[in-house]
Each structure stands twice: as structure tokens, then as C-alpha cells.
Design a protein around this ligand. Structure first.
Ligand SMILES: O=C(CO)COP(=O)(O)O
Length: 155
């Protein structure tokens, strides 16, 4: 059986950018200001500060990415508390918290979250009619995984 849930008209959007991508994200945020301010915005610490300064609206700021912020957003995705993620990660510079970045991207896919990692995809997402209407999203079914037999399990 397919399980779905309705994403409300107003979405909970997580915004994240690595240092060399922050200017890009700020530029994109300015371009999309009118639409973005109709949604609830979340961000990792430093990205969130820049977005608040840019838009002049409150952003729910988590810890800075390398200090646990990526993991906090990942946890919110797993709990169903984030609807969309815009994550401009840096393909040209190694990150000290690479494992956290990878985990965040993985959990976004694991929970079927619309995710943009570059500006073009972010534009496609922002102009989707689903951004300002309700959307019935499929919650992936992990019941088989959760009920898998574990070898050497005590009888
Ligand atoms: O490192 C980040 C994402 O991996 C972003 O964190 P900041 O927004 O705190 O710079």
C-alpha cells in the first residue's frame, strides 16, 4: 500500500550553502524573494544569517553546518519537518564535514524530498505549480527493511 501525505500550500524550505556558494545562494534568494517569503524558511547557521539579512524576514536558524547543522536538517527531513531543500554544495572544495554533507543528501533522497543542488534545479523547483499549492507526496515504504530477518538474532 502506498502511503502519502499532503504538503501544505506553504512549504518548509531548508536553505544551505557552502562558503564558496553562499554568494550564489544569496543572489538566487534575492531573485526569488517574493515567492520565498510566503514559505517557512530554515537554514544552517551562517547561511541563515545571510538570508535573514538579505530578505529581512526571520529564518529558523540551526547550528552552522560543520557544527551539526547539516545533521539537524537531516533529522528534520527524517521526521517529516522539511518539505523542500535547496543545498548549494561546493563541488570544487573539500569540506571538513564531508560525511555530514553526504548524510544530508542521502537522507533527502531516502525521504523523497525535492532537492536542488544547483541554481537551475532550484529555479525549476521554485517555478513548479506545486510550490504554491498542496501536493500529495509519497512517503517511501521501509516496512520490508524494518521487518527484515536479522541473522544471529536471539530466539
Ligand atoms: O556547511 C554547510 C553545509 O554543509 C553550511 O553551513 P553554514 O550555513 O553554517 O555555513
Amino acid at each position: 500500500m502506498v502511503t502519502t501525505k499532503i504538503l501544505k500550500k506553504s512549504k518548509r524550505i531548508a536553505l544551505v550553502a557552502h562558503d564558496h556558494k553562499k554568494a550564489d545562494l544569496v543572489d538566487w534568494v534575492k531573485f526569488n524573494e517574493a515567492k520565498l517569503i510566503t514559505h517557512d524558511l530554515y537554514a544552517t547557521g551562517t547561511t541563515g544569517k545571510l538570508i535573514e539579512e538579505t530578505l529581512g524576514v526571520p529564518v529558523k536558524r540551526l547550528l552552522s553546518g560543520p557544527l551539526g547543522g547539516d545533521q539537524q536538517i537531516g533529522s528534520m527531513i527524517a521526521e517529516g519537518d522539511i518539505d523542500v531543500m535547496i543545498f548549494f554544495w561546493d563541488p570544487m572544495h573539500a569540506q571538513p564535514h564531508d560525511s555530514d554533507v553526504k548524510a544530508l543528501l542521502r537522507v533527502g533522497v531516502a525521504w523523497n524530498i525535492p532537492m536542488a543542488c544547483d541554481r537551475a534545479t532550484a529555479d525549476f523547483i521554485m517555478t513548479s505549480p506545486y510550490m504554491d499549492s498542496e501536493y500529495e507526496t509519497i512517503i517511501p515504504d521501509y516496512s520490508e527493511y524494518l521487518t527484515r530477518p536479522i541473522e544471529d538474532e536471539p530466539a
